[in-house]
Design a protein. Structure first.
Lengths: 593, 185
């Protein structure tokens, strides 16, 4: 059994599994990561091999079951795949899952390449089944979003039949028994630290027995970069490069024995995990002494500079913050001196109309945003906060209460959340807001998909991971069930009507009522449909105020020699700009577009 | 200079929606057809919404999917405005295939040797496959570059095995146009 919630860069794991049809394999997109891990844990209790898959911030949501699961242990092998995102390229934080694995007492394997990730799945199940613990496999983005040939065996070996053995003192342990389980876990971790299969993952990638008095200890992708760069420097014979595949529990004494008193450079992502544990044993350089930056993805450039200044002191001066060069172009980042382009909402994206309606109906409002494509509403000035999944609703409630007793002019508050994020973490937040009596406008952008991660189905669509039909949970029923009385559903493609619905909702919120607007239209990337003909700009009426260019963030509107032009190639014809232009200079074209 | 046995490193610079990832996939598959080791990586997520996308393709023996700046053997520019994003990765002897007329080359490329502007966009349009410019660039690279490790038959095989069937014929045509009708002037 495998369960996951989509999140970059982990999404492709479950997508691949869902294409693999086997009658005895249950694969699901769960509503959130906590639920995914809980579902997988029960399959494991029943003796089946299982997996839960998430991105690193998803583990924050699933940390509750994980901490407890470490104590209860498992029956069938259970792997938690947690994809870290140093950079961060597509996340709120660049947290290091090894630290959470350490806190939870869960073994963690850190692959450096896609091939090794495949091998480590086998080792992870071996460890999980031998010690009856859940095991984390932590591929970072450069493993997840890397491709390399991986030889696979032909046939899948069938799993056993499920059976649940009652053991109340384990599966339903009371605090007294929890103490016993904690002791058991600590003993498991101690044994694991010296297990030969675990110690075998400490191996020299290069320079075994090399004559240099300096050595490199690495894990994950930085180990791969160090290997490539030592070879470029022709130093791969002399300088020992030790990689440690199992990161929790980490055995510093074993590493020190292999390194034989050499001075050490530690390369790892993202925190100083091994480094802090080696410092009392050897002379160690890394993040803690400023040889490497404490934030950001470790790139070949970072590794190259650090290796050069470590191996040839005095030749390279750039250390610490000076090597903080970022090589890729994630959200909003642009390498210096480049013409890099920031992401924007797609042309024709229904969210643009929704944001524009909020902007028109509620000027001066505090807009709490959430996690998804619609974070890009920042460009339209209708996203003021983004904290974590579901926080748009709780933060809107918090802002409402913060200003509730303020004698000044009434502060409008509006929350914006996508359908998938609403099912994930918005529902308890809405129940809380209604229960407490908060009043604000909640707009749910219902595009019938998890768009940001590539279009996974949501409970509202009633489609399952493998494309089969499942239960449908309509947003309207959930919202009414949460106690909301003022509910409107509107199509953002009909901008004028949506605008009226938002105005009514804003009025209701001002009079003390919680008001929800579902703005419903499918993602244009999913449908690929033409919405209408591309509008035309009337050159006589247009006074080139550029409001449409500067405030809509639409990739299909551009300026050419100072005049506004609609790029018919890119424009799917949503027609929003017709409403946006204050001079009425953008006209719907009746013709072929 | 790179030591013997070092991989052939390619950086592709473009924007979301241009088929940058598809191009790296074709190069990767073509390498597999020839039995060469290959490793690719790219930036996903927010970059898919029209943002800059850089792809790295390493053909030959390497462990890391990224390589240091100043070491690529080939820069493929899909979007002219992204030339500057990819340029820092180009090595001293590296070459460039550029989607655009020679007049549209930015200054820092105009002063370099080994820069090949290819009117890939027009080639793609001429066969009714406006999104096929990426394949015209590969065609040009395969015919113009001495050290390019991928042979046309393996690239064609990759196009056939990886492309959606309805674009197969025009994809192969764009590739052939890139091979023969280069924009060199």
């Amino acid at each position: 059994m495998a369960a996951a919630y989509p999140g970059t860069p982990s999404t492709e794991v479950l997508e691949s599994l869902s294409r693999y049809r086997a009658p005895d394999l249950h694969v699901e997109w769960s509503v959130n990561e906590k639920i995914a891990l809980e579902v997988a844990s029960a399959a494991s209790y029943a003796g089946l091999r299982s997996a839960a898959v998430m991105k690193q911030v998803g583990l924050n949501v699933a940390l509750d079951p994980l901490m407890s699961l470490a104590y209860t242990g498992v029956e069938g092998g259970l792997i938690v795949v947690v994809a870290d995102d140093p950079g961060p390229h597509s996340s709120q934080t660049e947290q290091d899952t090894r630290l959470l694995a350490h806190a939870a007492g869960v073994p963690l394997l850190d692959p450096m390449t896609p091939e090794e990730a495949w091998q480590m799945v086998h080792l992870a199940y071996h460890i999980s089944e031998k010690y009856r613990v859940p095991v984390i496999l932590r591929p970072v983005l450069r493993v997840c979003h890397a491709r390399a040939p991986v030889p696979l065996p032909g046939e899948r070996t069938a799993g056993g039949a499920p059976s649940f053995r009652r053991e109340v003192n384990r599966w339903a342990a009371t605090p007294g028994h929890r103490l016993t389980l904690h002791r058991e876990l600590n003993e498991k971790l101690k044994l694991l630290g010296t297990d030969s299969r675990v110690l075998d993952t400490y191996r020299f990638l290069a320079g075994a027995g090399g004559k240099s008095q300096r050595a490199v200890l690495a894990s994950g992708v930085p180990a791969a970069y160090a290997f490539d760069i030592l070879r470029l420097m022709d130093a791969d014979g002399a300088v020992p490069l030790l990689v440690a595949g199992v990161q929790n529990p980490f055995n510093p004494e074993h590493a020190a024995r292999l390194l034989q008193g050499r001075d050490l450079l530690v390369l790892e992502e993202t925190g100083p995990f091994m480094e802090a544990r080696m410092r009392h044993l050897l002379r160690v350089s890394g993040r803690l002494d400023g040889a490497l930056p404490s934030e950001g993805e470790m790139t070949p450039d970072t590794v190259s500079l650090a290796l050069r200044s470590f191996l040839q002191p005095g030749t390279a001066v750039a250390v610490g913050r000076a090597v903080e060069v970022r090589t890729s172009t994630g959200a909003g980042e642009t390498p210096s001196g480049s013409g890099g382009s920031a992401p924007v909402l797609c042309a024709g994206c229904p969210h643009r109309s929704s944001f524009w309606a909020l902007k028109k109906a509620m000027p001066g409002a505090i807009f709490t945003g959430d996690i998804g494509c619609y974070t890009l509403g920042i460009d339209l000035g209708t996203v003021d906060t983004v904290l974590c999944m579901g926080a748009s609703i709780s933060q809107a409630a918090g802002f409402y209460w913060a200003f509730a007793s303020d004698p000044g002019e009434k502060q409008d508050v509006a929350a914006v959340i996508g359908d998938s994020t609403f099912y994930h973490a918005g529902v308890p937040a809405l129940i809380n807001a209604v229960h407490q009596g908060a009043a604000f406008v909640l707009m749910i952008l219902d595009n019938a998909t998890t768009a940001m991660t590539g279009g996974q189905p949501t409970p509202g669509t009633g489609i399952l991971a493998g494309g089969q039909k499942g239960g449908t949970i309509p947003l309207e029923e959930v919202i009414r069930g949460c106690g909301v009385r003022h509910l409107a559903v509107s199509d953002p493609c009909d901008h004028a009507t949506l605008l009226s619905r938002v105005r009514e909702a804003a009025a209701a919120a001002r009079s003390g009522e919680m008001a929800v607007v579902i703005s419903r239209s499918p993602c244009v990337l999913e449908t690929g449909e033409r919405l209408g003909p591309a509008p035309l700009v009337d050159g006589e009426l247009c006074d080139a105020c550029l409001l449409c260019v500067e405030q809509m963030g639409c990739p299909a509107i551009a300026t050419e020699d100072g005049s506004v032009r609609i790029l018919a190639d890119l424009c799917p014809g949503c027609g929003l700009c017709v409403h946006v232009c204050p001079r009425g200079a953008i006209l719907e074209s009746g013709g072929e577009g | 200079m790179k030591p013997a046995g070092a991989p052939y490193d390619i950086v592709i610079a473009g924007r979301g929606g241009q088929g940058v990832l598809y191009l790296s996939r074709i190069l990767g598959e073509a390498a597999l057809v020839q039995g060469l080791a290959v490793r690719t990586t790219e930036t996903h997520g927010m970059a898919m919404r029209g943002g800059s996308v850089l792809c790295f393709v390493r053909i030959g023996s390497a462990l890391g999917p990224l390589f240091p700046r100043g070491s690529a053997d080939l820069l493929m520019v899909l979007h002219p405005a992204e030339a500057a994003t990819g340029h820092p990765y180009l090595g001293p002897g590296g070459v460039v295939v550029f989607n655009g007329a020679s007049g549209s080359l930015p200054e820092f490329l105009r002063v370099r040797e080994g820069v090949f502007p290819v009117d890939a966009e027009s080639m793609a349009r001429s066969v009714g496959n406006p999104r096929g410019a990426n394949l015209a660039l590969v065609g040009a690279a395969a015919s113009l570059l001495r050290d390019f490790p991928l042979a046309p038959p393996s690239i064609k095989e990759a196009i056939v095995s990886q492309g959606p069937e309805r674009f197969r014929t025009t994809n192969l045509e764009v590739f052939r146009l890139g091979q023969s009708g280069t924009g060199k002037d």
